[in-house]
Design a binder for this molecule. Structure first.
Ligand SMILES: [Zn+2]
Length: 203
C-alpha cells in the first residue's frame, strides 16, 4: 500500500470507533472480490479518538513490478505475488476521497484491506509500504477482523533497507464505545499477534 495521500497526521489512538453500517459495508465490499484482496479507504473524524463514518471502496490496482517491492517476502510463503496476496490503492481514488472528505469535514483516517484465508495481522509488505502514520483495518474473513495503528516505515540511509512500520493494535468499537468483539461483528479474539519477523504485539 502507498498511503502517502492519507490526511493530516494523527496522534496514536488506542481505539477505532466504527459506525455499524460502515463495518457492514466494509466487510461486504472486501469480500466481494475474494479470493483477491479487497481494499478501501476509511474516512471519518480525526484526532486522538478517530471514528470511521464513511467507507470508500477502492479497486485493488496492484500489478507486478509495482514499486519494485514484489520480491519482498510477506510472511505467507508467497513466491508469486498476485492480487490474492497484494493490494494497491489507486492514487486517483485517494485524491478523490480526500477531496470529497474535505468538503464534508472528514479526513482519510487510513485504509482497510482483506487477507483472504489469512489472519488479520499486517504482513511484512503491509508494514514496509506504510508510508505515513494511520489506521489499517484488516479483514481476514473467518480469520477475524482487526484494527491497527501503523507508525510509518522509515527510509534508511541510501544503502540500508526501509524499516517496516510498527503496528499497534487498536480496539474496534461502536460509536457508543462498545467493543465490536462483544457484538459478534469482530470474531478476532486473539490476545497476542506474532508478526512474520518474529516480533509480537498484544491485542
Ligand atoms: Zn495485508
Amino acid at each position: 500500500m502507498h498511503a502517502d495521500l492519507i490526511g493530516k497526521p494523527l496522534q496514536m489512538p488506542w481505539r477505532l470507533r466504527f459506525d455499524r453500517d460502515c463495518l457492514i459495508v466494509l466487510r461486504r465490499s472486501l469480500l466481494a472480490v475474494a479470493p483477491e484482496e479487497g481494499c478501501a479507504l476509511l474516512l471519518g473524524d480525526s484526532g486522538c479518538d478517530p471514528r470511521v463514518r464513511v467507507v470508500w471502496p477502492c479497486c485493488n490496482v496492484w500489478r507486478p513490478g509495482q514499486w519494485g517491492m514484489d520480491d519482498q517476502a510477506d510472511g505467507r510463503g508467497c513466491v508469486n505475488p498476485s492480487r490474492q496476496t497484494r493490494f494497491a490503492l489507486d492514487p486517483l481514488e485517494q485524491i478523490a476521497a480526500q477531496r470529497w472528505g474535505r468538503r464534508w469535514g472528514l479526513v482519510v483516517l487510513g485504509s482497510a484491506h482483506s487477507h483472504p484465508g489469512g489472519v488479520p495481522v499486517p504482513s511484512r509488505t503491509d508494514r514496509l509500504w506504510a508510508a505515513v502514520n494511520g489506521v489499517m483495518v484488516i479483514d481476514a474473513g473467518a480469520g477475524g477482523l482487526a484494527g491497527w495503528w501503523m507508525e510509518r516505515s522509515i527510509p534508511g540511509p541510501d544503502s540500508t533497507p526501509v524499516r517496516p512500520a510498527e503496528a499497534h493494535p487498536l480496539r474496534l468499537m461502536s460509536p457508543e464505545g462498545a467493543s465490536l468483539g462483544d457484538t459478534g461483528l469482530s470474531p478476532h479474539n486473539s490476545h497476542c499477534c506474532t508478526f512474520d519477523d518474529g516480533s509480537a504485539s498484544g491485542v
